[in-house]
Write a protein that binds this ligand. Sequence first.
Ligand code: GDP
Ligand code: IMO
Ligand code: MG
Length: 429
Amino acid sequence: MSATIILGAQWGDEGKGRVVDVFAKDADAVVRYQGGNNAGHTIMVGEQKLALSLIPSGIMHPGCIPVIASGTVIDPKVLIGELDMAIEKNLEPDRVRVSSNAHVIMPYHRKLDAVKERYLGKNRIGTTKKGIGPAYTDKYDRSGIRIQDLFDPGIFKDKVVTALEEKNRVLPRVYNTLPMDADEIVDEYLGYARRLEPHVADTSLLIWEILEREGSVVFEGAQGTLLDVDHGTYPFVTSSNPTAGGALVGSGIGPKAVDEIVGVAKAYISRVGTGPFPTELHDEIGDMMIELGGEYGTVTGRRRRCGWLDLVALRYAVRVNTFTRLFITKLDILSAFDTIKVAVGYRANGEEHHHFPRQQGVLYHCEPIYREFPGWKTDISEVRHYADLPRDAHRYLEFIAEETGVPIGWVSVGPERDQMLDGELVDAV
Ligand code: GDP
Ligand code: IMO
Ligand code: MG
């Protein structure tokens, strides 16, 4: 049996979608274990560009079951839209499976997300406004609505009415916005239920059965380590656990089932939304990264903030996830630069930090300590063998493996499926 967790080592948008698409070729199932349609995972195959927010990247491979597991929060309308898109593209989405335990994003979650952000003003998180935070809040409050509730209209209506008793006090009084109508919501959502019913399953059991018969399962993280609600740059995080432990809880498997944990890291780093970002560039180099890397949000279209690779953060991600190998993406984007910098430590308040600072506030005052590498200034997008990369690119990758202590198994040099190099590329020292 083989279970591989693939997750972002940074603040999201590392290229997880394209990486999972590569692994999905040999997988019996690909499982999304947390988050919702705040995620935007892009896959490019020839002329086809697919942007997925809920359905896992395994949809591109006919032999693979895409599973949306219990740790996710699902906006049914968005999921149905994605299923329709998959039908249009002949991707046969009948095989998509959705956990009966996953939580449902309700219209009041979306509304609360938007008005709360507005009220926070300059302290806002910069959420995707998809209702993610409020849906997880209700889950942990134990007042959430699960996918299975949609199939018991009596219970479903009761739960909506109960939820609205509270929300309809909060919405006008606290946020000065209109209350919502329970019957309208119930009608709308029961319509979605009919459409989703054939997809609903006990996904933990489904995964277990595949692993039992020596099958192969890939777990696809959304967001990234530094957006993890427990281990990220709180409160500027998402409301779930993208880290490796989240894959277990969010899909209902135990730690002994896992064989490999792949950390996906861009050759530089980006962040959407607010929050500290020590290596952020506010100059023309940052602008070049954004333009050359196409760093605009898949979900919200927002310009991503960009900066040099941060090895303090990457070493932290290695620690909290126990990565077995790294997949470095977008190395081709660095071909444009004369000099490439990598943060190896931070300096703040007269002190040097080689670990992520314990006190979040310190992160705002951190000056990166950079190590500089000469750029290779050659187009590498057609390279397919590690040996054919320029020597300066080797040095850069070797340094990453050395500093993190994790071997690099794969490097991508373009967004297309075949634009990558694989096969135990760089050993950790
Ligand atoms: P995800 O959220 O981690 O799946 O990443 P996104 O899809 O939001 O953002 C990654 C973007 O980079 C997408 O537009 C990908 O097509 C693109 N991409 C992925 N790998 C590479 C690569 O190696 N080189 C280049 N130039 N683009 C890449
Ligand atoms: P993928 O899976 C990058 C960010 C938002 C915001 C914070 C909280 O494509 O890597 P939320 O809507 O989750 O409550 O927003 O998290 N964020 C992401 N940033 N990539 C993502 O997903 C993200 N999903 C959420 O910008 O800062
Ligand atoms: Mg993304």
